[in-house]
Every structure is written in C-alpha cells, then in structure tokens.
Design a protein around this ligand. Structure first.
Ligand SMILES: [Zn+2]
Length: 133
C-alpha cells in the first residue's frame, strides 16, 4: 500500500509543472508550505490554489559545504511569490549574478539523487529559474 501525506497534491501538481499553495477560506491568507491549519488564524478551512510560481528574490545564500550528494556551492534562496507566500528553494543561477529583487519562476526539476527519497523517489523537485534576464 502506498503511503500518502497531506502534501501529496503539491508533489503531484509539480509533475505537471504546476505550483500549488494553500489559501485560507477564513482570512484569505495564502501560505506555504501547505498544511491543514492556517498559520495566521488557525482555521481548518484551507484549500489548494494554483500559483503562477512567479516571484521576487527576497534572500539568498551559498552553502560552501553541503551534505553528500549535493554540489558544494549549492545556492538556496527565499522567493516571495506574487501570490503572497515565501518559498525556500534551490536557485539555478550563478551566485555572483544574484540581486535581491530579481524575478524568478518556480519550476519542476527532474531530481536525480544517490540517496533514498522514499515515496517521493519518482517525483520531481523544484528549482527557481530567473525570468528577468
Ligand atoms: Zn486564516
């Protein structure tokens, strides 16, 4: 029997290149990562919403020493989506070219790893690709 998780719709949408976030039906806040409770008003009335995946670079860093299976120099950042929530993501752009405010789109990414991703083994991951030059 396949194990399921609350976040499965997110990973399944990513297969089709779609980014899903959560929207609270009570306070209308949108948030990420998805969860069954609104982090702003604690309502349980939350629904999935498709995001454009587009947003602005809020913060970034370069990891000089990484875990095995990751390249040294891995760049991660926080993208503030146009749809509201901020999302922590790997960034596919040279570190020296990055500036706060750059425009990005979150896209699915075929992720080949040498470690066990468990039930997510066959699912893509996501990465931020620059869209403003
Ligand atoms: Zn809420």
């Amino acid at each position: 029997m396949r194990e399921t998780a609350y976040t499965d719709p997110f990973w399944e949408a990513l297969v089709d290149g779609k980014v899903l976030i959560h929207r609270c039906e009570e306070c209308t806040s949108r948030f990420f990562p998805p969860g069954p409770v609104c982090p702003y008003c604690q309502s349980l009335a939350v629904e999935w919403q498709e995001s454009t995946g587009k947003g602005t670079l809020f913060s970034f860093t370069r990891q000089h020493v990484t875990a095995p299976e990751f390249d040294d120099g891995l760049i991660v950042g926080v993208i503030e989506l146009d749809d509201e929530p901020r999302l922590l993501t790997p960034i596919d752009e040279p570190y020296q070219d990055l500036r706060i405010g750059n425009r990005f789109r979150i896209e699915s990414f075929e992720y080949v790893s040498g470690f066990d991703r468990g039930r997510l083994e066959d699912y893509p991951f996501f990465v931020a690709n620059r869209i403003d030059g």
